[in-house]
Design a protein. Structure first.
Length: 115
């Protein structure tokens, strides 16, 4: 799916997402996998659904806002150093491009993002 039709509805927690193993250089614990699907794209923004299975991995973030729709974990900020955020359904988080993060996922996490 690269674009939802106007008036269409999907259940974010039920979408089938392709997934790949997280690059070994980013894995701190476990064998996490990530996957995503873009629901809509314009030249200025992308809306999609992203998933991270249990495990711990690092990332360098894009500029985005997301809302957690399923799962649980902790998002730690290593650069800039900020307090960690507990992730659970309903939590909304704002990331800026270049932030360095650690995703410690306890239960497969799924988020809807606007980037």
């Amino acid at each position: 799916m690269s674009r939802m039709d106007a008036g269409a509805a999907v259940v974010a927690a039920s979408l089938v997402l392709p997934s790949d193993a997280v690059d070994a250089s980013q894995v701190h614990a476990g064998s996490p996998r990530t996957g995503y699907i873009d629901l809509d794209e314009t030249g200025e923004r992308t809306i999609g659904v992203w998933e991270h299975t249990p495990g711990v991995s690092t990332d360098v973030e894009a500029d985005e806002v997301f809302v957690v729709v399923a799962g649980s974990g902790t998002l730690e900020f290593t650069e800039p150093a900020l307090p960690p955020v507990e992730l659970r359904p309903g939590v909304i988080v704002r990331l800026t491009e270049g932030m360095q993060t650690v995703w410690a996922i306890r239960e497969t996490l799924r988020k809807v993002y606007v980037a």
